[in-house]
Design a protein around this ligand. Structure first.
Ligand code: PEP
Ligand code: MG
Length: 756
């Protein structure tokens, strides 16, 4: 008999038992008989969770008097270890295993070999199924697979018969794996608490046994086809970010997606009578066990990719294609993802989203900028996420310290709440600076503006007392819509934003899509042309060539600003003619509106972003045409260092306080002296304390930063003496040893300036 046929036979017999009207306990008694017989195993036992302990519920081969008497804690003995780690054990000599514990009442001393699998319900082990043999031998793969299949069937029985209730399964978690702390890189500071929600939710398997094997086979075939198509076009998806590491990931994905062995094993599992979903999961369980046995870190990484892919396949088969956002957040949540695009993050309900844990991520990736704007704490490059965090686990995220406590103990949660309260107090203290103008100690007024991108962000203007919006990222509206936003919708947004700003200026940056800000309706065009999207057809380059896109936006802005001042800024200007071309689009639309006798803006101020280093060399030609210039340090530094801002491997490599960046920025500032052009910085750099100090020290007087940083930066400004700071900066930049971080930190500390 083939392995599949043998497995099918077990499954058929189990089906009969499950379909019968017998009492749940009787069913369990029959299951242990069937398994014991089919695997010619002297012992087969089922342990289920009751009141936090694994209790022997049914056995063949051990003393019947031990049933409902023998109880093991999670983590205790082999059974407890299987439940705790949710993993399979296959041992020729049970006694040799360090976790082995002898229970005399069971009469198990004569048995040598042992194999056990967890019974998993809602991702948690709620029991253990095990077999034992007198003869010391390891069980064969087909036998282990049969056990795994049976465990899946049992979990269905357990769910239907309510042998283990959900509350208990949940209540057990703390003991099951206990509190854990994961560490990562701080991407957006802050504290947040909520339940774990995976961006790509796992599929719950509700039916294990197939009714029609051929139909299941067809479902899997189709799912494989869809998955392969998806993988082939993944390169263009924001989920994977851009550049570097994702190439490797994609290669691995491709390798698995086209791996004949994987699809064959799934097919064999279907042959044995499982549904497509159960077959995928069963094969995955088996692979997990094999990988653990090999214990190689490189393979562990691969396993992570395969898990991702198996999940994708499961979601396709089960028809669950949406992300957690489409299902809506029901509680305060900490979102977990490998990586996210900014648009994907924006789909979540802001009120419920309390934090994000990414396995990748970098400081200036747009998703992080969006999170910062939403005031959602984020850590990135977090290790061990998938093995530690299960959907629904309670999480305390301390993004400022770069860690997340999973399943915290009550006293830890209390301490966290106390810190939360403290941090709110601090926020309140910053809020009290709202009406305080940021003058330095020496009396210079610094412009502290804020960055925004959504209608909702505008409330922060009043709350922080920022001097205006120094960067309104108009593309956010493009990112959140499924299609290109109509002109009327754009006009409405811009008008609302201007209304909310009142007398304060708002600098609208024209669309900057492309790079890591991909939109579905342009994705194919961008991906088809660009191997390197950050340096590709994006921002102004794209806007100038997309007939209509720029015109529509120009008209929307001009109409929205009728009767008031309008500030327009062009992103990614690389040569002066691009600025001229963009301005011309506005001039034409202005002429059109004038001819229509429409009310025009009172004054239009045009500005450019300096993000491409080449522009610095021709500033003398550009400056006379500008009323302001804003330095986008996020892009600028990626181009200066040739280091992709979204590549997690480079996330910590270069410092904004490196002499190369600071000297460059100082040179730009010096070359603008006397031009009358207002120069500022609107990259993330300006919102960080030491970086802001450095910028003040090399001459910058206007910073546009994330709203949460407005209070802290105002506070900092008030403690600075510019002459002293400038002298110090010039001194350090004369012959720097490396990054100026330590020097600036010491300088700040000596002046009672916070600098975490
Ligand atoms: C920048 O590049 O620094 C910038 C402010 O623009 P964005 O982050 O939106 O690319
Ligand atoms: Mg930029």
């Amino acid at each position: 008999m083939t392995a599949a046929a043998a497995a099918r036979q077990i499954l058929l017999r189990l089906t009969e038992v499950m379909a019968s009207r017998l009492h749940a306990q009787t069913k369990l008694d029959q299951v242990v008989e069937i398994i014991g017989e089919c695997l010619s195993s002297e012992v087969c036992s089922i342990y289920l969770l009751r009141e936090g302990m694994l209790e022997l519920f049914a056995t063949r081969g051990l003393n019947q008097s031990a049933v409902h008497v023998t109880r093991m804690a999670i983590g205790e003995g082999l059974t407890g270890a299987i439940a705790q780690k949710v993993e399979t054990l296959n041992l020729a000599e049970a006694k040799a295993h360090p976790d082995f514990q002898y229970r005399p009442e069971t009469g198990e001393d004569k048995f040598h070999s042992f194999a056990g699998v967890p019974i998993v319900y809602r991702e948690r082990a709620v029991g253990v199924l095990c077999v034992q043999h007198v003869e010391p031998r390891r069980y064969e793969e087909v036998e282990i697979e049969a056990l795994q299949t049976t465990a899946m069937v049992l979990s269905e029985l357990i769910a239907n018969a309510e042998l283990v209730d959900e509350e208990e399964a949940r209540g057990l978690t703390a003991e099951q794996s206990g509190p854990q702390t994961l560490t990562g890189l701080t991407l957006v500071k802050g504290l947040g608490a909520g339940v774990a929600v995976y961006h790509q939710p796992r599929v719950e398997i509700t039916q294990v046994m197939a009714e029609d094997i051929e139909a299941e086979r067809q479902r899997v075939y189709r799912a494989f086809d869809r998955m392969r198509e998806q993988i082939d076009s993944l390169a263009s998806q924001a989920e994977f970010g851009v550049g570097g590491e994702h190439e490797e990931v994609l290669e691995t994905y491709k390798m698995f997606a086209y791996d004949e062995g994987w699809s064959r094993r799934i097919n064999e599992a279907i042959d044995s009578g499982l549904t497509a979903e159960a077959a995928i999961e069963r094969v995955q369980q088996h692979t997990r066990m094999r990988m653990r046995e090999i214990d190689d870190p490189l393979l562990a990484d691969r396993m992570h990719d395969l898990e991702d892919l198996a999940n994708r396949l499961l979601r396709i088969v089960a028809g669950q294609v949406g992300t957690a956002a489409s299902q809506g957040l029901r509680k305060d949540a900490i979102l977990i993802a490998r990586n996210l695009g900014p648009a994907e993050l924006l789909e979540y309900d802001k009120r419920r989203l309390k934090g994000v844990i990414l396995e990748e991520g970098s400081l200036t990736a747009h998703v992080v900028i969006v999170a910062r704007a939403m005031n959602v704490p984020v850590i990135g490059r977090t290790k061990g996420v998938r093995t530690t965090i299960r959907e629904g686990d309670e999480i305390l995220l301390d993004a400022s310290a770069g860690n997340a406590i999973v399943r915290p103990l009550p006293q830890v949660a209390d301490a966290f709440q106390a810190r939360f309260a403290k941090s709110r107090e601090k926020q309140a203290a910053y809020a009290s600076l709202r009406d305080v103008e940021p003058f330095t100690r020496c009396g210079t007024r610094i412009q502290v503006m804020m960055n925004a991108g959504l209608r909702d962000d505008m409330s922060a203007l009043g709350l922080t007392g920022a001097d205006g919006v120094g960067l309104f990222r108009t593309e956010f509206q493009f990112l959140v819509s499924a299609t290109l936003p109509q002109r009327e919708r754009q006009t409405r947004l811009y008008r609302d934003v201007l209304d909310a700003a009142g007398d304060k200026p708002v600098i609208f940056r024209t669309v900057d899509i492309g790079g890591d800000k991909s939109v579905p309706y342009l994705a194919s065009e961008i991906a088809a042309q660009d191997e390197n999207p950050a340096m590709g057809w994006r921002a102004l380059r794209l806007a100038l060539e997309r007939e209509g896109l720029m015109k529509i936006q120009a008209r929307a802005l001009l109409e929205a600003a009728a009767g008031r001042s309008l500030y327009v800024m062009f992103p990614m200007v690389s040569e002066p003619w691009e600025f001229d071309a963009a301005k011309q689009v506005f001039d034409e639309q202005l002429a059109f509106l004038r001819a229509q006798k429409k009310l025009l803006p009172e004054k239009i101020n045009f500005g450019a972003m300096l993000e491409v280093p080449a522009l610095a060399e021709v500033l003398d030609m550009l400056l006379p045409r500008l009323s302001f210039l804003s330095i986008g340090t996020n892009d600028l530094t990626q181009f200066l260092f040739a280091a992709d801002r979204a590549n997690p491997k480079l996330a910590e490599r270069y410092d904004w306080l490196s002499p190369s960046i600071l000297r460059f920025l100082r040179r730009v500032m010096r070359s603008s002296v006397g031009s009358g052009v207002d120069i500022g910085v609107c990259g993330e750099m300006g919102g960080r304390r030491l970086e802001a100090l450095a910028l003040l020290g090399i001459g910058y007087r206007r910073l546009s930063i994330t709203p949460a940083a407005v209070g802290p930066i105002k506070e900092l400004v008030r403690k600075v003496d510019l002459a002293e700071l400038t002298a110090a900066m010039n001194g350090w930049l004369l012959s720097p040893a490396g990054s100026l971080r330590d020097e600036l930190a010491a300088w700040a500390a000596a002046r009672d300036i916070e600098h975490d």
